[in-house]
Design a protein around this ligand. Sequence first.
Ligand code: NZQ
Ligand code: ZN
Length: 384
Amino acid sequence: MQNFVFHNPTRILFGEGQIAAIGPEIPSGARVLITYGGGSVVKTGTLAEVKAALGETDYLEFGGIEPNPTYETLMQAVELARREKVDFLLAVGGGSVIDGTKFIAAAIPFEGEPWDILAKQAPITSAVPFGSVLTLPATGSEMNAGSVITRRATHDKLAFIHPLVFPRFSVLDPTKTYTLPPRQVANGIVDAFVHIAEQYLTYPADAKVQDRFAEGLLLTLIEEGPKALAEPENYAVRANLMWTATLALNGLIGAGVPQDWATHMVGHEITALHGLDHAQTLAVVLPAMLQVRRFDKRGKLLQYAERVWGLRDGDVDARIGAAIERTRDFFESLQVPTRLSGYGIGAEAIPPLVDQLERHGMTALGERQDVDLARSRQVLELAL
Ligand code: NZQ
Ligand code: ZN
């Protein structure tokens, strides 16, 4: 096992009715900015529930944060928050709203051009504190310090990670996910699945607990995912899915093990140029990525084949091939296409995607930094 430091300061308020408990989590006398997306939380009543829970707290609202949140929109919130002297943020929504709120939190006190936080990884020294009410289990943003922001004008989708942007608290009420459209339920399952894969399907590091934990999370997604689509108001299923997605990317399974993230980096470029949902890009890239790197990853792929898919027979190559196919079939069974062609994207799209990777310095990806541009191109060609 590798050395690690693990610290996760986010308080989780889990379960039905927990929105009512946010009052004491917000500093008394705070001036709050509630942030939300395109309006689902207005329609579902979640926003009204949050406001009721705030009681006498002084608050303002900023809606309209889009999926794949943009710098252009978020800077309007930054200006509002600066003008109104907001000192606490409350994100109500999915990963995009929470990621966007992390950027707003870091940008408010930032001196200089806030885009540099992403483009130049400019260091931040303070951030406005914030909490979240999660409505879409997928990204893990509710319990991590990462944020992915898009600059519409230049087609850049870039990430920053900083301990100052861990949420102070996050409410995970599974009943708030009942209203999700099937496409977003499926996206969430795929995103969580691939987060686990990025931290598990690397090379053996003798990290027994992390491996068993990752396998348990994958098995839970395989068991519960289809049920969430079939029975949208099954509380137990939604609760298991919600907690699985959070644990998939809150730092726990990634502590002390090598991490990959090449699938995500290639996926981000597909969203930036073609607008696919984040999870759709992952469903396309992961099977091809595993195929191209099956020799380097054979130790963990064999373990995955056996422990997650029960594949114990046949030679090594056959088992690895079958595990990759099972992965693809699982995504397809959730109605998430796993080929670029499934989204109307052809071979002509590949050179611009490779150029984007080069422009963003994504030239040595993966747990061994050996996914260069040629390999990324190979992955994209295999994903057609
Ligand atoms: O915008 P509204 O109207 O709220 O509708 C949203 C949006 O259209 C809707 N939705 C959310 N909760 C709902 C609901 N509709 C009905 N009922 C509900 N309860 O779902 C749509 C998608 O929402 P979004 O927040 O975009 O989805 P997701 O949570 O999948 O977030 C994706 C973003 O997170 C980033 C992605 O790159 C992408 O930008 N990621 C963030 C990560 C992190 N912070 O650690 C890691 C991930 O790998 C990922 O990159
Ligand atoms: Zn993801």
